[in-house]
Design a protein around this ligand. Sequence first.
Ligand SMILES: Nc1ncnc2c1ncn2[C@@H]1O[C@H](COP(=O)(O)OP(=O)(O)O)[C@@H](O)[C@H]1O
Ligand SMILES: [Mg+2]
Length: 346
Amino acid sequence: MVDHKKKTQKEENEMEQELEQPEETTENSTNKKIQSISDLPGIGAATIEKLEKSGFTDLMSIAVATPGELVGATEMSEATAKKVISIARSNLEMNFESGEEILRKRESINKITTGSKELDKLLGGGFETAAITECFGQYGSGKSQIAHVLSVRCQLPTEKGGAGGMVVFIDTENTFRPERIVQISKGLNLDQEQVLKNIKVARAFNSDHQMLLAEKVEDLIKKQKLPIKLLIVDSLTAHFRAEFIGRGTLAERQQKINKHMHTLMKLADKYNFAVYVTNQVMSKPDVFFGDPTEAIGGHIVAHNSTYRIYLRRGKKGSRVAKMVDSPNMPESEAIFFVEEKGIKDA
Ligand SMILES: Nc1ncnc2c1ncn2[C@@H]1O[C@H](COP(=O)(O)OP(=O)(O)O)[C@@H](O)[C@H]1O
Ligand SMILES: [Mg+2]
């Protein structure tokens, strides 16, 4: 214990010393440009590890952090934290995009249809690329059925309501069923063999594995040149929920989910693919009025999802989808049915 404290104090001193160096050295053209956390002066491997564990993975996250957050994550002094933040800010490339550029980007966005006009309408046309859409609901509400339907329909050409691309399916609960893919493909007169080939399925055995798999999607696109148009994480939260039990570990769990969702959003934006994540609800036994359930992951998942849909079973075997917290859609509901061939309107 004591040794550890001493060591961090020593590290701390070294860090402060290095940061104390005169300003000119950072402007010296022979110095390499500060582009990532590891380029920051005085940040050692141990500190980087602590930062990354808390979700501070790039300069932007440091630049927008408060000194208190960095102190909490790394045990560095407040003075050091302030300096690091200021260096990160001054070295950050600020990318201002014009409204026109953003409009052009929006025009390249695809919407993957579901087979239910109602559900598509709820989403403003379908599951959007460059966005994260979350469905949360109880067991059996249809979250995984939607995942299977999207896995097939994503492959349709854009003029037929797809995105003309391949799918990555990160399966955390072993609920991916190729037989379902075959049934849905038949309903659309698609070559089932080809459809199955275009879905890359990976079982995630724990939350770290899940996070790593999400990062590896970039390799599929960059190295293997696969035209990925949809990334599914079904379920987003199950491993996190199972692994982090109890109050003490809740903060760490939230940080990890936050980091994971940042990875998803960054890639979705960079490569213009859709992200579909599913989330369970937990019951709140102390609620007597209103909805006695609550989505797992709380505000972190909610904040990081572009579109959030609450799914529940409705009358006569129907499913009810309700849009919550959308930036540009009104709160409304859609009713649809799960059938052998996929999803249909009433
Ligand atoms: N081939 C099918 N035909 C009609 N309904 C199906 C079919 N397969 C599954 N379902 C429906 O989907 C439900 C399971 O939904 P699912 O998406 O797995 O729930 P979850 O929200 O837990 O992921 C089943 O209870 C059943 O009602
Ligand atoms: Mg499921």
